[in-house]
Design a protein around this ligand. Structure first.
Ligand code: NAP
Length: 288
């Protein structure tokens, strides 16, 4: 027996397996495309001949493939399901809360303990002291697996027994990132149109990180407490500034999809009577 098995050796799975091997643990690996295991085998991992053999090899099985559909394709065969009984399955592929609930129910039905995780890091950060992986599942299962998970992410964060919590928070963070990625690219278009350095724009955003972080904390607090009144900066002010982004895009002849989308949302909130409230009152029109 090895201490842990890692199934899925894409960019992330290989990083997870590599961190476990480098921590001195005995590790078995398996990947659909076997060639991706070669480097890990050179570093000391054992390569299993099949997914079922990989599950057999360890009491803890970490799965990190593209998504839950790929996990099901791998795990829901008679051989693999039988091998899982008595083991702990740690799912680190990205999925939705409902997929996490279904996966837990499936694992429990097959006699396996189950943890559902979400990785808030790039592969190169795996194994770092500050790296965050969120984990949900039965407390006793988490406690048994915590030392191993800490090897993968020093900032491992237990989200409690509600199995969908990790994927839900991951989705919330991804939503935030999606907005940032689109808005950064639109900002870059503005810089290019006016001959400004896009790299300097990126660097400036990095220097604003503490302020932007404080804004995120403030908005979360306002929404949770419902304290939208007496804003320092009113929604209508931001809305009119964002409306000007559409004007700027048209004047510069650059793509205006993102500012049009953002301006329309703010317009709806103003028209619904929330102009004098906090920016966070935008959520009221998203809820409607
Ligand atoms: P990737 O490099 O594209 O690797 C995908 C992995 O899934 C490969 O091992 C692939 O096997 C396997 N796979 C896909 N479909 C399969 C199937 N039907 N049967 C068996 N194996 C299958 O992706 P990745 O970056 O490692 O991401 C893996 C997971 O980590 C994803 O859920 C992703 O959201 C999550 N994640 C990744 C990052 C990141 O920065 N990369 C960050 C956070 C979370 P083959 O090698 O045979 O194709």
């Amino acid at each position: 027996m090895s201490e842990a098995t890692v199934i899925g050796l894409g960019e992330m799975g290989a990083a997870l397996a590599g961190a476990l091997v480098r921590s001195g643990r005995s590790v078995t690996v398996w990947n659909r495309t076997g060639a991706k295991a070669e480097q890990l085998v050179r570093e000391g991992a054992a390569l299993a001949p099949s997914a079922a053999a990989a599950v057999h090899a360890s009491p803890v099985v970490v799965v990190c493939v593209s998504d839950y559909a790929a996990t099901r394709a791998l795990m829901e065969t008679k051989e693999v399901a039988a091998a899982l009984a008595g083991r702990t399955l740690i799912q680190l592929s990205t999925g939705t809360p409902r997929e996490a609930r279904d996966a837990e129910a499936w694992a429990l039905r097959h006699g396996a303990a189950y943890l559902d995780g979400a990785i808030l890091a790039w592969p190169r950060q795996i194994g770092g002291a500050d790296t965050v992986i969120l984990a949900s599942g039965a407390r006793a299962t988490y406690q048994r697996s915590e030392a191993l998970l800490k090897t993968l992410a020093g900032g491992i964060t237990y989200m409690g027994e509600a199995i969908g919590s990790s994927s839900a928070l991951f989705a919330a963070v991804l939503s935030y990132l999606a907005g940032r990625w689109i808005s950064l690219c639109h900002g870059a278009l503005i810089c290019e149109a006016e001959g400004l350095s896009v790299a300097s724009f990126g660097a400036m955003l990095a220097s604003l990180a503490p302020i932007l972080g404080a804004d995120a904390r403030h908005m979360g607090d306002v929404i949770e407490k419902g304290t939208y009144a007496n804003p320092e900066s009113a929604l209508k002010t931001a809305g009119s500034d964002i409306g000007r982004l559409v004007q700027q895009a048209e004047e510069a002849n650059i793509n205006a999809e993102f500012p049009r989308f953002a301006a329309a949302l703010f317009r709806r909130a103003i028209d619904a009577g929330h102009g004098a409230e906090e920016h966070a009152a935008l959520i009221k029109v998203l809820r409607a």
